[in-house]
Design a protein around this ligand. Structure first.
Ligand code: 48F
Length: 254
């Protein structure tokens, strides 16, 4: 039995990894926008995987506001909650509130249930850059980064890469910095996030969700950071709508 425990895990894991070395869509970051995008892409049959640095997927959604574990979602995004069977309570005519632990775990369940694989403990440290196009990601174990070990990474090819890394816009920054290219932003670079302004930020999150370089899309707070818009705090409708929008844009591009 001892051997079966180890062998079954090793064989199954490497089968899974082998099946995901060449993807339609590689999503960087399992925050709400990345997981919603993963849900809508995988549901329609696109080979999609999310690579998440941390042990637990979920990004900034678990903690609610200051660890009061409730989140606000405005009406426009409620159909996504309904589709993903996420429970909520109506607060007023504009918005509902949801338990953030329930909502986050529901997003993890819904996206993986339709076939989007999440690889946790993976840090994306670079992209594959071929023929002036983002064509995949370069990954390593998060503990390798934490320990500053000099260990070479692995490569995952993808027709499209989605930067869902949140406030840090890590993939977009790397692409601009390392390849001397101009992103489709006002400055040609990552503009950087502004301070808090809820309504404006919720609106621009969706507006800024787009392809910012051939093969590279952005969603969620990464979209706002790249285009220089505001943050919004513990309101999540924009994140969910951004994930849905980017999935639609990516489907059209493939
Ligand atoms: O920040 P995050 O939750 O992304 P999001 O979808 O949602 C933002 C909200 O949570 C919140 C907000 C809403 O009001 O402002 O902040 O934009 O999740 C981003 C995920 O990406 C992972 C990170 O650990 C987090 O789980 N991540 C970041 N950089 C990397 C990464 C990387 N280089 N490789 C892998 N994962």
């Amino acid at each position: 039995m001892e051997k079966i425990v180890s062998l079954s895990i090793v064989e199954q894991y490497f089968t899974k990894l082998k099946n995901h070395l060449d993807l339609d869509v590689a999503i960087v970051g399992a925050g709400p926008s990345g997981m919603v995008a993963g849900y809508y892409l995988a549901k329609d049959g696109f080979k999609t995987a999310i690579f998440e640095r941390k042990l637990a997927p979920g990004g900034g959604m678990w903690g609610g506001a200051m660890m009061f574990n409730e989140i606000v979602i405005q009406n426009e995004a409620v159909p996504i909650l309904d589709e993903l069977k996420i429970n909520y309570t109506r607060y007023d005519e504009h918005c509902v509130v949801a338990d953030s632990v329930h909502a986050t775990s529901a997003l993890i369940y819904a996206s993986t249930q339709v076939g989007c694989t999440i690889f946790n403990c993976y840090s994306v440290e670079d992209v594959v850059f071929k023929s002036e196009k983002v064509s995949g990601i370069v990954v390593n174990w998060t503990p390798v980064h934490l320990q500053h070990l000099h260990v070479d990474p692995l490569i995952i090819l993808a027709k499209v890469v989605l930067d869902g890394t949140g406030h840090d816009c890590e993939v977009a920054k790397t692409v601009a910095r390392k390849n001397n290219v101009k992103l489709y932003t006002e400055t040609g670079n990552v503009v950087g996030e502004k301070s808090l302004q809820v309504e404006e930020a919720e609106r621009t999150t969706i507006e800024n969700t787009k392809e910012i370089y051939p093969g590279l899309f952005v969603s969620g707070m990464a979209a706002n950071g790249v285009s220089g818009s505001f943050r919004m705090g513990p309101i999540f409708g924009g994140m969910l709508l951004s994930g849905k929008k980017v999935a639609e844009l990516i489907k059209k591009s493939l």
